[in-house]
Design a protein around this ligand. Structure first.
Ligand SMILES: [Zn+2]
Length: 320
């Protein structure tokens, strides 16, 4: 726009009514959000369908630059083939990403983003898929581990085949059962964390999770479950067991399971925001907790970068 015309436009803005000003404001906010989104996802330098670098610009649609591949002739934009492709209301994604960090409910987010709650529900599950794979690959020094339990939930499934449990409630059986899912959490003193849903709580399943990530000099701390002891013995790790139920908390100043227990408490507290998590999504929520715990000051922009998969994961996440 020419400078002269732009200044004329600015002068005309003074004549707007309050409602018109609001409309202009919303319009500009949307425009800025979408531009920010393109900055977050970065420049497109190859075709997401065939990876060819031979691409050229191909107009603009839904405020996003489109490209066309000279090799496969398909068109795409910066979000094609990412989990965010084809999701609508892009202008609200930054607001939504912030709500996810804050653990806002689907209903509250829908209000903040001016969309229906079915939309924020869809966004949540798209965006939740991403950090599942982001697990620590290497745990060293003192490594604490423990199992925690989540109630089995078929939330959202239509054909329950059994009587739905009232929200909340308690399992009537201890340990893994048709009512509870066990999650093994393994965490070192640098905050590197991995976790896994266990089908069975035994030596074999614990080995499968822990052996690939444990430094061979790691020193383990846990409660005194027989399967933990058997794992440590057969894998030649030193294990310091803490008898928390006998009010033992710290031994020799360093041996304790307080880090893993504190992580578990934060996880349970954060999960409360979501009013019961369907078991089929549990892995996604565990991934989110690892991401948020690791990246305590992650911003909505960085989060969208991670979600889009276009921008590299923020550096500290790569540190293992
Ligand atoms: Zn192509």
């Amino acid at each position: 726009m020419l400078n002269k015309a732009f200044h004329r436009l600015l002068t005309q803005l003074d004549n707007l009514t309050f409602t018109q000003s609001k409309q202009v404001q919303n319009h500009l906010n949307n425009k800025c959000s979408i531009e920010t989104l393109e900055n977050i996802t970065g420049t497109v330098d190859c075709c997401p369908h065939c990876q060819s670098n031979s691409i050229h610009k191909w107009g603009v649609r839904s405020n996003l630059q489109r490209y066309r591949c000279k090799e496969c002739h398909k068109s795409f934009n910066a979000l094609s083939k990412t989990p965010l492709a084809r999701l609508r209301h892009k202008e609200s994604w930054l607001t939504y990403a912030k709500d996810l960090i804050d653990g806002e409910s689907i209903r509250e987010s829908a209000k903040h983003c001016h969309v229906d709650k079915s939309t924020t529900f869809r966004w949540r599950h798209k965006m939740l898929q991403i950090p599942i794979e982001l697990k620590a690959q290497h745990l060293h020094g003192i490594v604490e581990f423990d199992e925690t339990y989540f109630l089995e939930s078929h939330k959202g499934e239509r054909d329950l085949g059994c009587k739905a449990r009232k929200r909340g409630g308690k399992a009537t059986k201890r340990g893994i059962s048709s009512q509870q899912i066990a999650v093994l959490i393994v965490r070192d003193r640098n905050g590197n964390t991995t976790d896994a849903i266990l089908k069975q709580s035994n030596q074999n399943s614990i080995s499968k999770v822990m052996l690939p990530v444990l430094d061979k000099d790691a020193l383990l701390c846990s409660d005194s479950k027989p399967s933990y002891k058997a794992f440590a013995r057969d894998s030649h790790f030193t294990l310091e067991t803490i008898n928390v139920s006998a009010k033992e908390h710290v031994r020799d100043g360093v041996f304790h399971v307080q880090n893993v227990n504190a992580y578990d408490s934060r996880l349970k507290e954060w999960m409360k925001h979501f009013h019961g998590v369907a078991t089929k999504y549990l892995n996604s929520y565990l991934g989110w907790m690892r991401l948020l715990d690791r990246e305590k000051s992650i911003t909505a922009r960085e989060l969208l970068g991670v979600i889009s998969g276009r921008k590299l994961i923020p550096q500290p996440l790569m540190r293992t």
